[in-house]
Design a protein around this ligand. Structure first.
Ligand code: KIV
Length: 291
């Protein structure tokens, strides 16, 4: 990976023996938010792509259970195991360390690894933290609130995930917008506030109407809202890496933009994503959001 013309990844800056970049942390994200700077997040599942995302300036790397679809060829995230998540978190963490990267790594707790009990949740979270995650993510509200406070009290930072929660896609009746209408919006708001009170310091809002996610961002000062198909009013944005590189094997959801178009390398595409999120040109509410 030394010649940008020969590598589709682009050329990474040389790793310095003493990194001059400060690692991303929750206090640093608080500072970013207080000066109105958007937080960027991409998924990554291996060492190389994680290092490229880090070099592009992506602050948060989510080792998402979307790896079930993009790496394992599954039709949903339901079949992803804790062992698979552990393996990919470790790969990403090694890649970031190798380039003395600064990104904050989130490890997704997969379906079946936290539903049973708080004890099961902490055992699973420990596996991902020991593999190199800085934070774990879990899906859903209501029943998850106690699990979030249990993990946070024991020193594990937690990201919540509301709206379209892919692990429960079969109960939700498909990949569709959530929180539409007064009752659904009220329920989602109550769950979000309870998760913030329980100590969640980040919250993915997936396929939530733009006005609701914008209001929630104001109502959740202690919890950074990261949107995916939730409009531009959130504290940050996330996309699945394969989607934003235009190599999704299936149909792209409306909220996706192909950042590879017009760019000469993966590094440049990721830089374009970071720039677009920071300068507010992505997402474009006309094209990528729901009301
Ligand atoms: O698993 C994943 O990639 C995710 C994102 C869609 C937010 O949860």
């Amino acid at each position: 990976m030394t010649n940008s013309s020969a590598s589709p990844y682009g050329t990474l800056p040389p790793a310095s023996p003493v990194s001059v970049r400060k690692p991303i942390s929750l206090p640093r994200m608080n500072e970013m938010r207080s000066r109105g700077e958007k937080i960027t997040m991409l998924t990554a599942y291996d060492a190389t792509f994680a290092a490229v995302a880090d070099a592009a300036g992506v602050e948060c790397i989510l080792v998402g259970d979307s790896l079930g679809m993009v790496c394992q060829g599954l039709s949903s995230t339901v079949g992803v195991s804790l062992e698979a998540m552990r393996y990919h978190v470790e790969c990403v963490s090694r890649g970031i360390r190798k380039v003395q990267g600064t990104a904050w790594i989130l490890g997704d707790l997969p379906f079946g690894s936290y539903q049973e009990s708080k004890e099961q949740a902490i055992r699973s979270a420990t596996v991902l933290m020991q593999a190199g995650a800085h934070m774990v993510k879990l899906e859903g509200g209501g029943w998850t609130t106690d699990i979030v406070s249990f993990l946070v009290e024991r020193g594990i930072p937690v990201a919540a995930h509301l709206g379209l929660t892919p692990q429960t896609v079969h109960s939700l009746g498909g990949y569709r917008v959530q929180g539409r209408g007064d009752d659904a919006a009220k329920k989602l708001r109550q769950e979000a506030l309870a998760l913030q009170d329980a100590g969640a310091s980040m919250m993915i809002l997936e396929m939530v109407p733009e006005p609701l996610s914008t209001e929630l961002t104001v109502e959740l000062p202690a919890c950074h809202t990261i949107g995916i198909g939730a409009g531009k009013g959130t504290a940050g944005q996330v996309l699945v890496m394969h989607d934003m590189l235009g190599i999704n094997l299936g149909k792209n959801p409306k909220f996706v933009h192909n950042f590879m178009a017009g760019e000469s390398s993966v590094l440049e595409a990721m830089r374009a994503y970071v720039a677009a999120v920071k300068n507010g040109t992505f997402p474009d509410n006309e094209k990528h959001a729901w009301t």
